[in-house]
Design a protein around this ligand. Sequence first.
Ligand SMILES: *Cc1c(COP(=O)(O)O)cnc(C)c1O
Length: 318
Amino acid sequence: MSVTLNDIHAAAKRIRAHVVETPLLPDEVLSARLGQPIWLKCEYRQTTGAFKLRGATNALLSLQPRALARGVVTASTGNHGRALAHAARALGVPATVCLSRLVPENKVRAIRDLGAEVRIVGASQDEAMAEVARAVEREGMTEIPPFDHEAVVAGQGTLGLEIAPMDPATVLVPLSGGGLAAGIAVALRSLAPQTRIIGLTMESGAAMAASLAAGHPVEVGESPSLADSLGGGIGVANRVTFPLCRDLLDDVVLLTEAEIAAGIRHLGRAGHVVEGAASVGTAALLAGKVAPTGPTICILSGANIDPALHSRIMAEAA
Ligand SMILES: *Cc1c(COP(=O)(O)O)cnc(C)c1O
């Protein structure tokens, strides 16, 4: 297999000084309602507000010193871009983020504030990606992709090591490119082989769900979602995460926007301010789309939601 339990143990050792072990807290309301212990892995409290710091840090620390000196590059403006910029600064490595002109000014500023060089090129994500390829080709930078990369998957898998001692019946994992789900699944398949691992994503624009259904990576149209961190393709040339998700996930469950909003609201009432992508596990339990058969862990993957949007969702009745 492309990523092994040993890789994940090695990653945990490498990144230990750079990430925090996030708390696992009970969801009292859901536990009482569903009659099984429901746990929340509060990874939204990770430095930079999402688990992506685990994979980005492991990928950087896996590079040779000469590659580090030439710098790293990505086109992600989301949680991966933030994580890579943060990890690079912490390690004294130059980081470049390539963006299209369409990326809003506040996002550009946020990335610059993290110490990364920002290159604004063209008017589409494709043109930003082309600039990444040029930086790799001409300047010798190393691209650190958001999910389809062994060291990134191994880094995300360290989260699996932290929940394995619970020997959960079910783990509910937000699913986009599949780096998080693949990493957790590799860890749990060895350490807690009875655990059911379920990927959760939104109904429309879910590339991994469509690819698993088709039996090979496919492209899907993007639609706006409250779970914006779950958007984007998996790459038609996907090497690592598609085969791992195909072989190791027990099921994939799709959620409507109303269900995702209900998940955000439920968590918000308990003091967990999370983004839509992080709420999908609790959303599935609330909607009755997953029936817990024993201790169940929801991975609250990230915190980065616009505060005004969060307030609006909290104010909606339901
Ligand atoms: C990236 C991300 C995901 C999805 O992770 P993949 O590895 O792409 O499947 C889920 N939640 C949050 C908050 C993320 O930033």
